[in-house]
Design a protein around this ligand. Structure first.
Ligand code: NAD
Ligand code: TYD
Length: 357
């Protein structure tokens, strides 16, 4: 069948990627969606069981750092749109292993950009009708004080962690490909996501799972750092909108104006899990364990997404209370998914990864 568009979504087996793939596959039967993922520890095809047999969906196991493979895929599938979510995404891992982050996030993005550029320049219509969309993070802006200021699209990049430095570097390459070669690129910077299918190394799924098992909840430092949380499906909706209607070479912030001090958020999670598990209120508060702070722990992130609202009409669809309730319920209802990940196989991976460092 001749599709209207052939869109490569990279990192589609990860947390945010599976929601983007699901949205595009179901909403646009006229598009061919190619999900390209290396299936690292964070990539899990079980996240996409419900769409894996859709006629307009193809999965390809590949590495965005593999230039020849990328060139081959652009040709085979006549890719005209790329949404790049493939990345190493966990700050704590980046502190232990910065090389992997530079490799995947910087060199991987550059490889994908170069393959897109060469393939599109050689096509009959050139860059016309093409789009390269880089999914970035608010962490590239650095950290805010407790002064009510917000990151806007004009905030200077000032990354602190190896993770955010690698994402910032990737964004600079994306911009450079527009400014140098005229590539039709676009970037969005989003705040912390939460929701179903998040790998349980990140705060919210880790804590829900630990409460279920009565295990300690490791709060870094005093728990006073602030993050701005957005339900992952609302991020996917924003990506859909920006992919189709965003202005080429522009950048948009995505966030829900929803700042939480870690310790307050953790108390909401405890309250919700305790209620849904039938424990008395406050039962799991005793699991809170203050541990050594993360090195270079950014104090506060907060996103101003007014531009996206004013220019493209996007707003989050879920209030936080509703989102966190849905999220906790999902993890409690999908314990098999969680147990599969937290089983010995995952532990072994983790041990192998860190044994010589
Ligand atoms: P994730 O770690 O859950 O998923 C990353 C996916 O990328 C995995 O499926 C993994 O297998 C794949 N991948 C890793 N290296 C690859 C490679 N070399 N080639 C192909 N695939 C590879 O991450 P996530 O939380 O879903 O984040 C997705 C993107 O969104 C990342 O670029 C991240 O920087 C960005 N982002 C995340 C958040 C958040 O709160 N999670 C917020 C803003 C932006
Ligand atoms: P995380 O989910 O790792 O996202 P990010 O570092 O990208 O913001 O962490 C969210 C916040 O929670 C961050 O301030 C670090 C903190 N945190 C803990 O206190 N304990 C934990 O075990 C984890 C994973 C995070």
């Amino acid at each position: 069948m001749e599709y209207k568009r052939n869109i490569m979504i990279t990192g589609g087996a990860g947390f945010i990627g599976n929601h983007v793939v699901r949205l595009f596959v179901t909403k646009y039967p006229e598009y061919h969606i190619i999900n390209l993922d290396k299936l690292t520890y964070a990539g899990n095809l079980a996240n996409l069981k419900d769409v894996e047999n859709a006629p307009n969906y193809t999965f390809v196991k590949a590495d965005i750092c593999d230039f020849d493979k990328m060139m081959e895929l652009f040709k085979t599938y006549q890719i005209d749109g790329v949404i790049n979510l493939a990345a190493e995404s966990h700050v704590d891992r980046s502190i232990k292993d910065p090389f992997t982050f530079a490799h995947t996030n910087v060199m991987g993005t550059l490889t994908l950009l170069q393959a897109a550029k060469l393939s599109w320049e050689a096509s009959a219509t050139g860059f016309e009708g093409k789009r390269y969309y880089q999914i970035s993070t608010d962490e590239v802006y650095g950290a805010l004080a407790f002064d009510g200021t917000l990151f806007t699209e004009d905030t200077k990049y000032l990354p602190h962690s190896p993770y955010s430095a690698s994402k910032a570097s990737a964004d600079h390459f994306v911009r450079a490909f527009h400014d140098t070669y005229g590539m039709p690129t676009i970037i969005t910077n989003c705040s912390n996501n939460y929701g179903p299918y998040q790998f349980p190394e990140k705060l919210i799924p880790l804590f829900i799972n630990n409460i279920r098992h009565g295990k300690p909840l490791p709060v870094y430092g005093k728990g006073e750092n602030v993050r701005d949380w957005l339900y992952v499906v609302d991020h996917a909706r924003a990506i859909d909108l920006v992919f189709h209607e965003g202005k080429t070479a522009d950048t948009y912030n995505i966030g829900g104006f929803n700042e939480w001090k870690n310790i307050d958020l953790i108390k909401v999670i405890i309250k919700t899990v305790d209620r849904l598990l039938g424990y008395e209120e406050g039962h799991s508060l005793k699991l809170i364990t203050h541990v050594t702070d993360r090195k270079g722990h950014d104090l506060r992130y907060a996103i101003d997404s007014t531009k996206l609202k004013n220019e493209l009409g996007w707003e989050p669809s879920l209030q936080f209370e509703e989102g966190i309730e849905k999220t906790v319920r999902w993890y409690l209802d999908n314990q098999a998914w969680m147990d599969h990940i937290t089983s010995g196989a995952y532990q072994k991976y983790y041990e192998d990864m860190y044994k010589n460092r």
